[in-house]
Design a protein around this ligand. Structure first.
Ligand SMILES: CC(=O)N[C@H]1[C@@H](OP(=O)(O)OP(=O)(O)OC[C@H]2O[C@@H](n3ccc(=O)[nH]c3=O)[C@H](O)[C@@H]2O)O[C@H](CO)[C@@H](O)[C@@H]1O
Ligand SMILES: C=C(OP(=O)(O)O)C(=O)O
Length: 436
């Protein structure tokens, strides 16, 4: 397992361009299975989870050509071989990332069957799949779960459109159902649908392929099924979670950073939520400029009570940035309650921040109160392990701001979602080295 060795305390400066969005990439790549025609995708990030999803496509027999432009690929799913589903390679690869679950909707819709082991991804709490399978059953699929092998099976000769009210607005669940419904017979309505930019992008791409989806961007999607979909070209949005991570990094390390071409119109509450911690963010065209800030002060609510920042389904604040906000709050002036409503194991990494000298009360698995020290006592470098992708980057930001040397083990977690992060941060002046 690789580690990062970090000399903390350096201010960074310069420009950084966000990679293409990881979670959008995982949806869009799954959708190439819906057509036998070529689909070209631009701005694909070179990160572990996305590369694994591309490998899975290749293993199914999808023709994958890397194009000259960095991050551009052409896919052609004209010769898909479902026998791969039965292999040990499929089991081990599909169970190593969360995004693999989104192969099931397109496989079922186009080829009439699919199966899946328990998918992987971050160990951040229970990550159930009920929404996916209840919805697919409503579209007419036969469903079976082999508890012994922990394997999910679906089969259907022809899916039929239905009214589906989701029990929760699951991101990957909505993507799966949309990809199944586009080839179903008749009209599907999905209410309480998730509507992250990832899903909006997926629906727009499917419409360009010939699907008929309306309500994009809302929680009420209407899908008129079509018989066949064609090829298209799609460009991934910049990764909003990476953008938020860079905002936090700049504030915490007193750095002046410009984040280039962020698609401000797609960032929802992200910039304003960081502003609530007192961080200055200036919009310059489509770039975000973060000036070097010696101090930043956390807002209170209008009545003077302590600020709470909680995650919520889109357009609420994404759970994937709460760990970053939490770490940034440790050096602010003031107090904030971070409430992680969706996942129950995402805040345990605060132990490491406490070891570094941060003042945090972990109230329960979902809530942590951070008492910002206004930089009076800088964090101290320590050795630590990256428990999940976003906690990993939060620890990395903490280490870059700390005095002394830190070592972060298991950085493969960070590599799942951040492309060449050590190299890109070195270009800004960070003292970070990858060691084995
Ligand atoms: C590959 C991918 O795209 N992963 C993202 C996707 O995961 P994923 O699609 O797996 O997450 P889901 O949206 O299904 O749910 C995440 C968690 O939130 C809970 N939940 C969900 C909806 C809801 O209305 N109420 C509720 O409590 C679920 O029970 C679950 O524990 O969405 C998550 C939530 O934005 C993100 O953290 C993940 O980065
Ligand atoms: C939780 C995340 O990813 P995944 O769903 O792939 O585990 C994330 O991107 O923060």
């Amino acid at each position: 397992m690789a580690a990062f060795k970090i000399e903390g305390g350096a201010s960074l400066s310069g420009e950084i361009t966000p990679q293409g969005a990881k979670n959008e990439a995982l949806q869009i790549l799954s959708a190439v299975l819906l057509t036998s025609e070529p689909v070209t995708i631009h701005n694909i990030p070179n990160i572990r989870d996305v590369n694994k999803q591309i490998e899975l496509l290749k293993d199914f027999g999808v023709k994958v050509d890397q194009l000259e432009e960095k991050g551009s690929y052409r896919f052609e799913a004209s010769g898909v071989d479902l026998k791969f589903l039965e292999t040990e390679t499929f089991r081990s690869k599909a169970s190593s990332l969360r995004g693999s679950i989104m192969l099931i909707g397109p496989l079922l819709a186009r080829f009439g069957e699919a199966q899946m082991p328990q998918p992987g991804g971050d160990k951040i709490g229970r990550r159930r799949l009920d929404t996916h399978f209840i919805g697919l059953k409503q579209l007419g699929a036969n469903f079976d779960f082999d508890a012994q092998r922990h394997r999910y099976f679906v089969k259907a000769e022809q899916l039929t459109g239905k009214y589906i009210l989701l029990d929760e607005a699951s991101v990957t669940g909505t993507a799966n159902l949309v990809m199944a419904a586009v080839l179903a017979k008749g009209k599907t309505t999905i209410y309480n649908a998730a509507c992250e930019p990832y899903l909006q992008q997926l629906c727009k791409m499917l419409n360009r392929m010939g699907a008929n989806i309306s309500g994009i961007g809302s929680n009420l999607l209407e899908i008129e099924g079509v018989e066949v979909l064609g090829g298209t070209t799609h460009t991934l949005l910049p990764d909003m979670i990476e953008i938020g991570s860079f905002i936090g990094l700049a504030a915490m390390t007193k750095s002046e950073i410009t984040i280039k071409n962020v698609r401000i119109d797609q960032l929802g509450l992200i910039p304003n939520t960081f502003r609530k911690l007192g961080i200055r963010i200036e919009e310059k065209g489509d770039d975000l400029f973060i000036p070097a800030q010696e101090h930043y002060e956390i807002d209170t609510f209008i009545d003077g009570s302590i600020l709470t920042i909680a995650d919520a389904i889109w357009p609420g604040f994404t759970p994937d940035l709460l760990s970053i906000l939490l770490v940034v709050a440790t050096q602010a002036k003031g107090t904030v309650l971070i409430h992680q409503k969706m996942f129950e194991s995402r805040l345990f990494f605060t132990d490491k921040l406490i070891d570094m000298g941060a003042q945090i009360i972990l109230c329960d698995p979902h809530r942590a109160t951070v008492i910002g020290l206004d930089r009076k006592y800088p964090l101290r470098g320590i050795r630590m392990t990256s428990p999940d992708i976003r906690a990993g980057v939060s620890l990395l930001i903490a280490a870059l701001s700390a005095t002394g040397t830190s070592v972060i083990d298991n950085v493969e977690q960070i590599d799942r979602g951040y492309q060449d992060i050590d190299e890109r941060l070195r270009a800004l002046g960070a003292k970070i080295e990858r060691i084995n």
